[in-house]
Design a protein around this ligand. Structure first.
Ligand SMILES: [Zn+2]
Length: 290
């Protein structure tokens, strides 16, 4: 493509010609196109990634406009699908990109069967239920999963917590369970049916839904770009990725966790590894209503 002449000159200086080519040949599935996912999408499009799967059934609302990269007030007004905004963003940067945008929930046959066709999965979800599904899917189909989380916790009388973390989970190497970063009770709550949730809430088991959690564009950008930088260094062959990076935004610190070994007997890294039968992902599909 003659249009591309000179386009990557400056990053070839960073990754080398071969590394740059390998990086740009990687196909990606991005699950969750909100504050984090939109920034990941933008960065990957600029890096030269040209094959995307975008998965999210959510729509743009006015309260997204403080952080959803690519979204306009018009998108909020007509409640545009977030995957459509992301697709438009990719194509504006790279008109030759191949984008499959599916406006479905992760808990659908369409999403669960499409994701395994891509080289690397980016999990940009805000619920532990979705994290659990992505973790099991990626282990079963031997897909590397980059899981990004950003969180702001504001409690009166305490130093606020503006932070998050990035996990690079390659199959059998390290996972969210090895990292102790998955709250399985919360995940169970997220995935329970509306009826079961109502019962649990009535009996005081409700863990609640963080519908209006604080969210700031710059924190999302920091975490998204830490994740994409690790991806770029790893896929270009420059170095192995750090598996676990924590960002303490309020203190202005970022730390690499060193003890990132696979946990002995890890359910995900050992039992589910390479086995869609054992993962039995169809149990995550919503039950048909009678
Ligand atoms: Zn593990």
């Amino acid at each position: 493509l003659t249009d591309d002449v000179g386009r990557y000159t400056r990053q070839i200086l960073a990754f080398g010609e071969g590394g740059d080519r390998k990086l740009r040949a990687t196909s990606v599935a991005i699950v969750g196109l909100g504050g984090l996912g939109s920034q990941i999408t933008q960065a990957l499009a600029y890096l030269g990634v040209r094959k995307f799967l975008l998965v999210d059934d959510d729509r743009v609302s006015a309260s997204n406009l403080n952080r959803l990269v690519g979204a306009t007030p018009g998108d909020a007004k007509r409640e545009e699908l977030k995957v459509k905004v992301a697709e438009r963003l990719v194509l504006s940067v790279a008109p030759d990109a191949e984008v499959r945008a599916i406006p479905v929930n992760l808990r659908s046959v369409e999403a669960l069967t499409a994701i395994p066709g891509f080289d690397v999965v980016f999990g940009c979800v805000d619920r532990d239920g979705s994290r659990l599904i992505l973790t099991e899917l990626c282990a079963a189909y031997l897909l590397p999963l980059v899981d990004i989380a950003a969180e702001i916790i504001v409690v009166d009388g305490r130093e606020p917590d503006f932070g998050g973390r990035v996990l690079i989970c390659r199959p059998g190497e390290y996972c969210i369970d090895c990292a102790d970063q998955l709250d399985r009770n919360q995940a169970k709550w997220d995935l329970s049916s509306d009826d079961a949730r109502a019962t649990r809430a009535k009996h005081g088991y409700g863990l609640g839904d963080a519908v209006s959690a604080p969210a700031v564009v710059s924190l999302n950008g920091t975490l998204a770009n830490i994740a994409v930088t690790e991806f770029a260094l790893w896929r270009s062959g420059l170095r192995e990725p750090h598996r676990h990076i924590t960002h303490y935004g309020f203190r202005g610190k970022t730390a690499v966790r060193e003890d990132t070994q696979r946990k002995q007997g890890c359910y995900t890294c050992e039992y589910l590894l390479g086995s869609p039968e054992r993962a039995n992902l169809s149990r995550f599909l919503p039950k048909a209503k009678e």
